[in-house]
Write a protein that binds this ligand. Structure first.
Ligand code: ADP
Ligand code: MG
Length: 329
């Protein structure tokens, strides 16, 4: 890319709607300067999306931008943090005005919603990829982590599960569904709503938390490993949407999808008995529903049960969509 083409793309990003008072210096210098609120810790996360691995070449630029920012926001949500600033490293095979314009539109909409200011980045030529580093803050010592779940704690998830994978299966042409349902599923895959408000509301209530990016089974296992505990999950309690149940051949299929579907960007968290009574009140203003799906145990295993009967389900892991791309399709 010539210097001028760089400038053009960078100009797109300099023109963005969020202007925070705590940004002393934004885009345009060698670095940005921001003010971290007194008594808070800086919370930092990075996610990369590579074309062909994390998004399809046919995905719209606006959807790709949403997904890139949403996955970072979801990480901050899982820590109970307040998002504030981000930087964007964009690699494109060639300067593509239309694509960048679409990207900016999708990016700005979500950034505005959560008042995240883009404060810098880098623009390079190469295979299309997007890396966002998101910064936020949390009152010192109050961040939620994966460690901290104790035997007896209740396990909860927000929203419903399974639709992101169902949406991807539809996009890949693996399933056929009617138009109205297709839209629901596609939106769920590309336009997930990160649970930022719920995450903050869980500070002081949840003993551990994680966002569901690799699938509930895999991500809950991360909590169990970090906390040194086990869990018993009742698959009959998994929150399944009408659209998913209508889309899947059986309830069991839908339950398996809910356990393995990645990029859901819902939260999985644990709550001690002592705090269970305050959960509903705390989450009231987040507009997010939660469902208790089981309980933490002391035995270091993740057991799946239905009607108290153990299940021996073999679950396939979330693998983005590497499969269809191995043959170049
Ligand atoms: P430098 O060589 O100092 O890194 P650049 O030309 O890469 O300068 O960038 C100039 C300014 O534009 C910097 O403030 C940088 O953070 C910002 N910038 C570059 N690319 C992007 C981008 N994709 N998104 C946001 N800001 C960007
Ligand atoms: Mg640079």
């Amino acid at each position: 890319m010539t210097r001028n083409e760089f400038d053009l793309i960078r100009d797109y990003f300099a023109r963005q709607p969020v202007k925070r008072r705590d940004v002393a210096l934004g885009i345009g210098d060698d670095c940005a300067l921001v003010e971290v609120p007194e008594g808070c810790q800086l919370v930092v996360t990075t996610d990369t999306l590579v074309e062909g691995t994390h998004f399809l070449p046919t995905a719209s630029a606006s959807d790709v931008a949403h997904k890139a920012l949403a996955s970072n926001l979801s990480d901050l949500a899982a820590m109970g943090a307040m998002p504030a600033w981000c930087s964007l490293a964009l690699t494109l095979p060639e300067p593509d005005d239309a694509w960048v314009a679409g990207f900016c539109q999708g990016f700005a909409a979500l950034a505005e919603h959560f008042q995240v200011q883009l404060i810098g980045g880098d623009t390079t030529r190469g295979p299309k990829s997007i890396t966002i580093t998101l910064h936020g803050h949390v009152p010192k010592g109050q961040a939620l982590t994966r460690a901290g779940a104790k035997p007896g704690d209740w396990i909860f998830v927000t929203g419903t599960l399974g639709e992101s994978q169902a949406g991807l299966d539809y996009i890949l042409g693996k399933t056929v569904v009617d138009k109205a349902r297709a839209t629901t599923l596609i939106n769920r895959h590309y336009r997930a709503q990160p649970r930022v408000t719920a995450g903050q509301a869980l500070r002081g209530i949840a003993s551990a938390a994680i966002d569901i990016s690799d699938g509930l089974h895999a991500d809950l296992t991360h909590i169990l490993t970090a906390s040194g505990v086990g869990a018993k999950v009742d698959v009959a309690q998994l929150p399944l949407s009408e659209a998913l149940l209508a889309d899947q051949a059986s309830v069991e299929q839908a339950q398996k999808l809910a356990l393995t579907s990645g990029e859901e960007y819902e939260l999985c968290f644990t709550v001690p008995e002592l705090h269970r009574g305050t959960l509903d009140t705390a989450l009231k203003h987040s507009g997010v529903s939660v469902q208790c799906i089981g309980q933490i145990t002391g035995n270091h295993r993740l057991e799946l049960v239905a009607d108290n009967q153990p299940l021996d389900w073999v679950l396939s892991g979330w693998d983005h969509f590497k499969e269809p791309h191995r043959d170049g399709s």
